[in-house]
Design a protein around this ligand. Sequence first.
Ligand code: DGL
Length: 271
Amino acid sequence: MKPNSLTQRPIGVFDSGVGGLTVVRALMERLPNENIVYFGDTARVPYGVKSRSTIETYTAQIVEFLMQHDVKALVIACNTIAAVAGAKVRQTAGGMPVLDVIAAGAQAALATSRNGRIGIIATSTTVNSNAYARAIHAQNPQARVPSQACPLLVPLVEEGWLEHEVTRLTVREYLKPLLAEDIDTLVLGCTHYPLLKPLLQSEAPHLALVDSALTTAEATAAALAEAGLLNPSQTPADYHFYVSDIPLRFQTIGERFLGRSLEQIEMMRLG
Ligand code: DGL
């Protein structure tokens, strides 16, 4: 086992904004002993419509900030960042474990699908990057991976319209081309979509939904165990949240994503 000081270091989790709190929530449940430091780039969200080079620049700043906090592992909670800057983050992190929602989601989708037809819903940048399809095809070249960009869903979730008729009709429209491809599994390829699980399941009850937040928490637990980095301490875990802006209704939205009260928030501008 590694010295306590190393195992007790926090896991660094980051996202373009508050959405990554769905991953933090899953981590808190799966790994209750682990300390977490979160960075959400709320001043520059959304990333899902931005170019690769802009996202790479922002991501490098976030990673540098988290490394200064002596993190023992990094979790890329944002699908868009994982899609276009995942490789760069791994380079910067050296040997440190780096987990991301796309690798974990692709793995879980392959284990779930029976007919090899896996639908992806995500932001425009994630879909254009083809990252999910690449990760799935690397393991099963025969798989069919129809993908649908759903740019309207992030604002609808942030508005809290999780069961609203407008959201239902929007979801129905986005799912049409995927259902036409006879998919049996749907990857929720964006931080915000786990909150839409009940609505998605009611629209397409036969689909198996892959929640990247849950699968990433599972992958993080496995990676920390393998590296001997699990925190054995029984003292209550410490959670620290940094955001680059505190927008209107931040608390309400954040607590919806986190599923509990959001404390220890600090503002930190990068770049
Ligand atoms: N966090 C982003 C993702 O998972 C969604 C929000 C954004 O566009 O920045 O793709």
